[in-house]
Design a protein around this ligand. Structure first.
Ligand code: PLP
Ligand code: LYS
Length: 417
């Protein structure tokens, strides 16, 4: 456990702030996502203060955890938002977020989503291709509006992370190659309904090394300089998200060092810096609470079959990602080597392999660092209703999303006449 965790053992029992996880399981059942308000707040404030006096906007990447209570909390702290769909925009608006602090990323924006974002008067579209720019110009023209745009540049930097979440290499689908971005920016006049206001990049997620961020930042600063030499004006520079967190023994840079590295050598470039952190704001502020249903011992393996599964937390199955798994009550018996698996009918349905634990059926386990890309990537596979979500705030527990019912899952489906 690290970072902003508010999850701590007291007398061998795991608590979320001052609330016992046993109590949460008793009141809300399992599986259940639990977030800590103070951990979320501290993470945001650490980013905010790391900028010192430099003009900046933190645009929380909604995809990491899109519960509207989480969005509302960040909105109240002054955060902006990085969205990738019309659905995420609707969430931000419902959560009370300020559309003037919203940037819209993503390679496949649809016309309806463009219209929705133009109507909401968002801060900026992060445009990822020439085709998208042409379409946005046309949509804005039809609406008699001007679309504010940053070109998302692909800086061709190796983020040294899992290949599925590396986005800044030239072979990735994201962004526009630097020289093409320069050409598009220089031909700004032909886009009568576009206001080119910024540049953007995002090189990947769960980066544990500063060097790729520094390489990308240098390439972006050089591009700003070249464009400004041509008399073009850049108001802001969006350097994306991607700062990693500690899941196991990673040693990601601190938020302070990361922000300093982004702002280093900014010199006379008086640009507002935008960032789009997701995981580093929410990852270690949440856990997934699950109960052991059965223990199964075979000659080869010990399985602990729990009531959370790959549909609740996809990261282990999808990326072979590691999440620490802690007993809610530290047991005193013999330690065994367990495969922690869910009830879903896939061999890939596991939450952790080879975990040394003392377990009995009925025990509660906490899957740690599950605040980011946990609930937001969950599914209903095997017709499993999504888990409940609660937020602890000191002595209080708030249910921020009820457990789904199977009736809700079936509600949109129709039988043929
Ligand atoms: C465009 C964009 N911005 C921000 C993020 C957030 O990244 P992270 O959660 O790694 O901070 C992502 C996801 O990688 C993204 O695709
Ligand atoms: N879903 C990924 C992060 C992807 C970031 C989105 N661009 C994860 O769970 O680690």
């Amino acid at each position: 456990m690290s970072g902003f965790s508010s999850f701590i053992y007291r007398n061998n029992e795991l608590y979320a702030e001052s609330i016992s996880l046993q109590q949460i399981a008793h009141e809300y059942g399992t599986p259940c996502y639990i977030y800590s308000r103070s951990a979320l707040t501290r993470a945001y404030q650490e980013f905010d203060s790391a900028f010192t006096s430099h003009a900046h906007l933190i645009c929380y990447a909604v995809k990491a955890n899109s519960n509207i209570a989480v969005l509302n909390l960040f909105a109240r702290l002054g955060s902006g938002f990085d969205i990738v769909s019309g659905g995420e925009l609707q969430r931000v608006l419902k959560a009370g977020g300020d559309p003037r602090k919203v940037v819209f990323s993503g390679v496949g924006k649809k016309i309806d989503e463009m219209r929705m974002a133009l109507t909401a008067d968002i801060l900026c579209f992060n445009v990822e291709s020439e085709a998208e720019l042409l379409l946005l110009n046309q949509v804005a023209s039809e609406m008699h509006k001007t679309a504010p745009v940053s070109l998302r540049v692909n800086p061709d930097v190796d983020a040294k992370t899992h290949p599925y979440i590396s986005t800044g290499l030239k072979e990735n689908k994201f962004g526009i190659p630097i020289n093409e971005a320069e050409r598009l920016y220089s031909s700004a006049k032909q886009f009568s309904h576009i206001n080119f206001m910024g540049l953007d990049c995002h090189i990947g997620s769960q980066l544990t090394d500063l060097d790729p961020f520094v390489q990308a930042r240098k390439k972006m600063f050089d591009l700003v300089d070249r464009l400004e030499k041509q008399g073009l004006q850049i108001n802001h520079l969006d350097l994306g998200g991607g700062l990693g967190i500690r899941y196991a023994d990673e040693t990601p840079p601190s938020i302070k060092d990361y922000v300093s590295a982004l702002c280093a050598s900014i010199g006379q470039r008086k640009k507002r810096i935008l960032i789009e952190p997701g995981r580093s704001l929410v990852g270690n502020s949440g856990l997934l609470l699950t109960r052991v249903e059965y223990l199964k011992h075979t000659p080869e393996r010990n399985f602990a079959i729990v009531d959370a599964a790959m549909n609740d937390l996809m990261r282990p199955a999808f990326y072979n990602a590691y999440h620490e798994i802690l007993p809610v009550i530290k047991g005193k018996g013999t330690v065994s080597n367990y495969q922690i698996v869910g009830p879903v009918c896939e061999t890939g349905d596991f939450l952790g392999h080879n975990r040394k634990l003392t377990l009995a059926s009925g025990d509660l386990l906490a899957v740690m660092s599950a605040g980011a890309y946990g609930m937001s990537m969950s599914s209903n596979y095997n017709t499993r209703p999504r888990a409940a979500e609660v937020m602890v705030d000191d002595n209080n527990i708030y249910l921020i999303r009820e457990r789904e019912s199977v009736d809700q899952l079936m509600a949109a489906e129709k039988i043929l006449p």
